[in-house]
Write a protein that binds this ligand. Sequence first.
Ligand SMILES: *[C@@H]1O[C@H](CO)[C@@H](O)[C@H](O)[C@H]1NC(C)=O
Ligand SMILES: *[C@@H]1O[C@H](CO)[C@@H](O)[C@H](O)[C@H]1NC(C)=O
Ligand SMILES: *[C@@H]1O[C@H](CO)[C@@H](O)[C@H](O)[C@H]1NC(C)=O
Ligand SMILES: *[C@@H]1O[C@H](CO)[C@@H](O)[C@H](O)[C@H]1NC(C)=O
Ligand SMILES: *[C@@H]1O[C@H](CO)[C@@H](O)[C@H](O)[C@H]1NC(C)=O
Ligand SMILES: CC(=O)N[C@H]1CO[C@H](CO)[C@@H](O)[C@@H]1O
Length: 415
Amino acid sequence: MSMPSTDDGCGKRPAVAGIIITTMWPSLIAKAKEGGLDAIQTYVFWNLHEPQPGQYDFTGRNDIVSFIKQVQQQGLYVSLRIGPFIEAEWGYGGLPFWLHDVPGIVFRTNNDPFKIENEYQNIERAFHEEGTLYLNWTAQMAVDQNTGEPWMMCKQDDAPDPVINTCNGMRCDETWNGPNSPNKPSIWTENWTSFFQPYGEDVVMRSAQDLAFHTTMFILKLNGSFVNYYMYHGGTNFGRTPASFMITGYYDQAPLDEYGLTRQPKYGHLKDLHAALRMCSQTLLYGNLTIEDLGEYQDAYVYEGNSGECVAFLVNNGSRESIQVVFRNTSYTLPSKSISILPDCKTVFFNTAMVNAQVNTRSYQPIIRFDSPQKWEVFSEPIPQFDQTSLRSDTLPEQMNSTKDTSDYMWYTMR
Ligand SMILES: *[C@@H]1O[C@H](CO)[C@@H](O)[C@H](O)[C@H]1NC(C)=O
Ligand SMILES: *[C@@H]1O[C@H](CO)[C@@H](O)[C@H](O)[C@H]1NC(C)=O
Ligand SMILES: *[C@@H]1O[C@H](CO)[C@@H](O)[C@H](O)[C@H]1NC(C)=O
Ligand SMILES: *[C@@H]1O[C@H](CO)[C@@H](O)[C@H](O)[C@H]1NC(C)=O
Ligand SMILES: *[C@@H]1O[C@H](CO)[C@@H](O)[C@H](O)[C@H]1NC(C)=O
Ligand SMILES: CC(=O)N[C@H]1CO[C@H](CO)[C@@H](O)[C@@H]1O
């Protein structure tokens, strides 16, 4: 058997993609700031930074230091998901393929050659006690770095102290029990703005209203203090970087679409929500909460400071119809599944179901038409003669071990 391994170019990322992406950074950051965000969360993609052992790449779009500095220059914070295992619907969850050839490696458990993690809880039980030992080791290892920064573990209800357990999901206000200790903040690390798009499946739409409702409810019900929209901007996975089941566009339905353009009304509605929350933030943080019953599915969450500050959130969790409620002698109309924000306990500044943001649509105009046969190029791949090949095997070889993930294709001849 002979196996000329081929690289048809699929393994090479177009250089131009990197240039476009890095020049997009300043405007993406500016739009996030304009949209009312305080922090930008990003992953660290190990397999981009160390494609071969000891061979590092922090240039162009891999220049994470430059990215973080640009975020800082615009006055925002960074929340960094270092992985190394990041999942992210990315090839091997960010793990470099060459790890596969590290002697004795077992992925994602208490194995010395492999000690790194993200979103571990759904894997932990498969490894029994080794899973928990490993989880405890990751927490200790991180804390021992003495960075002076808080550490968190996504979707890890039993994150060991002082590491903060956080929620990823669409409705963390309903599905999550909150921090596992009273001195940890409530953090929603992935509040899905829509959903990633696997090949052949329907587009998942999530309305601006639903997103605003659950974000606000998370703050009220779980004392939420950090909400990360996943994604606020997803972008494009060029070349062979996405995981095998993924299309190249990532979260095109996010407030900033695949191309970095604002998607309205989602972007504007969240911007209005952020402005409303900002008006309430002092009292939300330092005031005392009382919950008043306004009806079967209606509650007022009232936060009061000791100098007369008062903010109120009127919640209608009923899904049937809009309803009239009386709060402090004033009547308010609450649409179904909505929250009104009253930064002074009197005036409605924002309601999660009432969208004032403009609506936009995207239109496409073809720039290049591939309608002329002269514009097509045909590439004939040279098929080597058996005698000219070097790789030989007398057993059936495994594709990944043979191509080392430089290509999705492999020619072989058998006789
Ligand atoms: C892991 O850490 C937790 C909390 O720190 C502790 O209760 C538990 O016994 C540890 N588990 C193992 C297997 O070491
Ligand atoms: C939220 O804060 C209030 C007041 O401090 C407290 O009573 C409540 O238990 C907290 N809820 C959660 C889920 O942490
Ligand atoms: C909150 O309530 C506590 C206990 O009643 C009180 O000591 C504190 O001053 C109150 N805080 C504010 C901001 O009103
Ligand atoms: C709101 O209603 C849903 C069911 O429609 C329920 O699952 C959820 O717990 C309710 N939330 C609150 C804060 O009551
Ligand atoms: C509401 O009205 C009642 C009766 O008129 C009055 O006693 C009360 O002080 C009013 N409450 C507020 C918050 O204005
Ligand atoms: C943790 C959580 O809230 N997960 C939910 C995410 O959203 C999907 C539906 O889109 C639900 O099925 C999950 O329960």
